[in-house]
Design a protein around this ligand. Structure first.
Ligand SMILES: C[S@@+](CC[C@H](N)C(=O)[O-])C[C@H]1O[C@@H](n2cnc3c(N)ncnc32)[C@H](O)[C@@H]1O
Length: 276
């Protein structure tokens, strides 16, 4: 018999995170310790959480419990971005596509200023609702000898050679530089990180074939066209991800980097003949 619980459980955000990462693509799959980035959790003014924060400053790490608010649906089987293209049960993954889209991330607690928590690297996009904070307690939360099933197997393969080395050709470098200096858009290092992990075609990694020669990886509002030859990956060009008819359609309001994509098309109208 099922226990008596209200079938709809209500949660309310205690605050929202500010990470500057507007797109899911920009956020890491898990936070990286080596990132120097700083993020801010802004707690709501009502109710007043100041007492609730008392004694937290002594913890160098906290857990954030949060809501994958950009995910409308869930799937029982998901395709994780790491390793071979193999579906896994969603409960055996950290995928955002969960029946209750709850995220769980350990982050460094750098400081507390009123109702603003200064945090280290994290994997949340800007504006994500945060539902709860708990102290990270190494004695309770860390089990270095625990096994990690399919992740252990994938790690073993990924850590073994061959490693992929990623290079940008001169035209691709010029485009990356044009985006960075002219538009403050910079996905170069994230692109290299993803392709260096594995450039094989893969839906979750948004890598697909283009004709017999090329592959394309989606990078938020942008794409990169590349070729992979053994362990060497060469990025040939960047390109806007949205077609011109979408960019010119005033009804579509939420297109990211819209003006930059239009300007890019004017600057590189023929896209170097990489249509496959
Ligand atoms: C693989 S999940 C892991 C999240 C968390 N560490 C966990 O284990 O529950 C991290 C990815 O979620 C996506 N993401 C981040 N914030 C999100 C949000 N608010 N809604 C939907 N997806 C989000 C980003 O693409 C990020 O790379």
């Amino acid at each position: 018999m099922e226990p008596h619980v209200d079938p709809t459980l209500t949660v309310r955000p205690i605050g929202f995170i500010r990470t500057g990462k507007q797109l899911k693509f920009d956020a890491r799959h898990q936070p990286s310790e080596t990132d120097p980035e700083r993020n801010v959790l802004e707690l709501l003014p009502e109710p007043d959480y100041r007492d609730a924060l008392r004694d937290l400053a002594g913890f160098s790490r906290i857990w954030l419990v949060w809501w994958f608010h950009l995910n409308p649906s869930w799937r029982p089987l998901v395709l994780p971005p790491r390793g071979p293209a193999q579906r896994r049960g969603v409960f055996a993954t950290r995928s955002p596509h969960r029946p209750n889209p709850l995220g769980l991330t350990p982050v460094q607690l750098v400081g507390i200023e009123g109702r603003r928590l200064l945090l280290g690297p994290c994997d949340l996009v800007d504006g994500t609702p945060v539902l709860d904070i708990k102290p990270y307690i190494p004695a309770y939360d860390s089990f270095p000898d625990a096994t990690a099933g399919w992740i252990d197997e994938v790690e073993a393969v990924l850590n073994a050679p061959p490693q992929f080395s990623v290079h940008l050709t001169a035209p691709a470098e010029e485009q990356a530089e044009w985006l960075r200096t002219g538009w403050d858009i910079d996905f170069r290092s994230r692109l290299i990180e993803l392709l260096a992990r594995d450039p094989s075609p893969h839906r979750t990694r948004r890598i697909r074939r283009r004709g017999d020669l090329f592959r394309v990886i989606g990078c938020g509002a942008w794409r990169a066209v590349f070729v992979a030859d053994g362990p060497r990956v060469e990025v040939l060009a960047l390109e806007p991800a949205y077609p011109l008819r979408f960019l010119n359609d005033p009804k579509l309001e939420d297109i990211p980097d819209r003006q930059a994509q239009l300007a890019f098309m004017k600057r590189w109208p023929e896209q170097l003949g990489l249509k496959g």
